[in-house]
Design a binder for this molecule. Structure first.
Ligand code: NAP
Length: 516
């Protein structure tokens, strides 16, 4: 039997009492470890975090909590090698893709550590300027943000076991709110190990950080009015969470990051050979293959002017053809595996669905696996689909295939392109490729209401831009509509979710005392 990873709740490590669920190496097919949450005293776990962890964190200033995050960053950096080993084994990712998760997570946490320094020794935040409520200005209203007095429950997706934890825990802990994280079972090992390292280093007060691996059963039942839930995963599970009695009846605040059909748009008048065209081609190929396309922000729909459909298909396919797929331990491999057999089956099924309305421009099946047994390994080559009739092909605007798959869509004019993008019903990110600042700015404005982020790529930032799919802690992450309607990150904005806003009305002298 493989090792059963313990959970950390109520200030101590506790093994589940069940047989556990096995986690596998998606390339070799071997069992790695097991997780189990059976028999945990969840009411006690939540009460401990809420009362002990919350009180201890709120006794500190933003600066002091930022210092705790900075200390956690040091611990995580010291253990990076172990995280890379776990990611290779359990996520099947090549080193560069593991970095997106591991180093991306650590960088995001360090960004919030530094933010704590800038927020200083305060115990609450002030939102905006005071407004006069009396003519003479003696009676005023000011808005104050106080840390919520509950616990933050994170229910995370399988594709970012590190980043998914720290991009949420950074803002929560900095706000003074204790965290209970429930990672997706398939890749829970890395989350559990990172929490273990930080807990064992004794940095955070007891109850500040807990981890529960295994089934989600009973977690939502523990939620009380001042708790918050941050969920990342499928739209189906999101719907279950939204309708849970804790959210419906107890007004528990919830943030949802769900699936998304992100677009990349090449503006008119950028033929093959132009910098904008080449930048789009490069970015599409990179986004399709990074983490085997298992990124919520990955490009799924590629929009180009009608006349460039053939040239774009050829150029993207040429890049994809060079992608070696297989065992991430082999240095020649550029793209590793999907995380599980279940995901492999889901990607194959999604591809079959999209193929009913599209043609295959580059076939992932032509990629022979390097150093991996096709009967065992959850590896698939990148597939570019396309259709000359993007209006009729409704599936490409509806079905998110969570793997190395994108669809090329030709458009007649910019209005048509924008209408096609909008058929995604709200996405996390759109990227636009062009050369004229005014045209890029116009497209950005038109796309903004449909997206959480608009990423503009022009030749002057060719070597500087952070990538379509890379989520930077300084920028908002989330998207309207189908993308879940959530908001994360965006620098200090992330702290709003973990604070309650209250209007404080009183004399200017009282408000001055409050500010002091
Ligand atoms: P999922 O099945 O919804 O699982 C997500 C999480 O929810 C897992 O931790 C899962 O636990 C848990 N869960 C499952 N059923 C639950 C229930 N009834 N109550 C409470 N929790 C429950 O999603 P997935 O298929 O693993 O994730 C892929 C999806 O996530 C994709 O659609 C992708 O677009 C989306 N995603 C979005 C973002 C973003 O930031 N917007 C980021 C990454 C992924 P178990 O693993 O134990 O089942």
């Amino acid at each position: 039997m493989t090792e059963l990873l313990p959970n950390f709740v109520a200030g101590r490590w506790q093994a589940g009492t069940g047989a556990g669920t096995a986690l596998f190496d998606p390339v070799l097919g071997t069992e790695l470890v097991r997780v189990d949450a059976t028999g945990l005293d969840l009411p006690a776990a939540f009460a401990f975090a809420r009362e002990q962890g919350g009180a201890a964190l709120r006794a500190l200033s933003y600066r002091e909590r930022g210092a705790l995050l900075a200390a956690a960053v040091k611990v995580l950096q010291a253990n990076r090698d172990a995280y890379y080993e776990i990611a290779t084994a359990n996520s099947g990712t090549v080193k560069n893709d593991s970095a997106v998760d591991i180093d991306g997570g650590i960088y995001t946490l360090s960004t919030y550590a530094k933010l704590g320094e800038t927020l200083g020794d305060k115990r609450f935040l002030v939102d905006g300027d005071a407004a006069k409520l009396s003519k003479d200005g003696l009676f005023q209203s000011e808005h104050l943000l106080a840390p919520t007095q509950g616990v933050a429950l994170f229910i995370n997706a399988f594709n970012f076991p590190s980043w998914g934890l720290w991009e949420k825990a950074g803002p929560a802990l900095l706000s003074g709110v204790p965290v209970i994280v429930k990672p997706a079972t398939a890749t829970a090992w890395l989350t559990q190990r990172m929490v273990k390292d930080v807990v064992d280093a004794g940095i955070l007060p007891p109850g500040a950080l807990s981890v529960i691996c295994g089934s989600s059963a009973g977690l939502l039942d523990q939620l009380q009015s001042f708790d918050v839930v941050s969920f990342t995963g499928s739209a189906e599970t999101a719907a279950v969470i939204r309708s849970h009695p804790a959210i419906v009846q107890r007004s528990v605040r919830v943030n949802i990051e769900a699936d998304s059909l992100n677009s990349a748009l090449l503006l008119p008048d950028h033929p093959p050979g132009s910098e904008a065209f080449e930048l789009l081609v490069k970015e599409v190929a990179r986004e399709m293959t990074q983490k085997s396309g298992q990124k919520c922000t990955a490009i799924r729909r590629v929009l180009v002017p009608e006349a460039l459909y053939g040239a774009a298909a050829e150029a993207i396919s040429a890049r994809l053809a060079k992608t070696s797929v297989g065992n991430p331990r082999n240095e020649a491999v550029r793209m590793g595996a999907l995380v599980s057999r279940a995901q492999l089956a889901a990607v194959r099924e999604g591809l079959a669905t999209l193929k009913t309305q599209t043609e295959v421009l580059h076939d992932g099946a032509t990629h022979a696996l390097v150093d991996a047994d096709p009967a065992v390994a959850c590896c698939v080559g990148p597939t570019l689909l396309g259709t000359r009739n993007p209006d009729a092909a409704h599936l490409v605007h509806d079905v998110e295939v969570f793997g190395p798959v994108a669809t090329l869509l030709p458009y007649r004019d910019l209005a048509h392109a924008l209408a096609l993008v909008q058929r995604g019903q709200g996405s996390l990110v759109a990227s636009v490729y062009g050369s004229q600042p005014a045209e890029l700015a116009h497209a950005a404005f038109k796309l903004a209401a449909w997206h959480g982020r608009v990423h503009l790529v022009s030749p002057d930032v060719a070597a500087l831009h952070t990538g379509h799919g890379n989520v930077m802690p300084q920028s908002l992450h989330g998207g309207p509509g189908r993308a879940g309607g959530g908001e994360e990150l965006g620098g200090v904005r992330a702290l709003n979710f973990y604070h309650r806003r209250a209007a404080i009305q009183g004399s200017s002298a009282v408000l001055a005392a409050l500010a002091g």
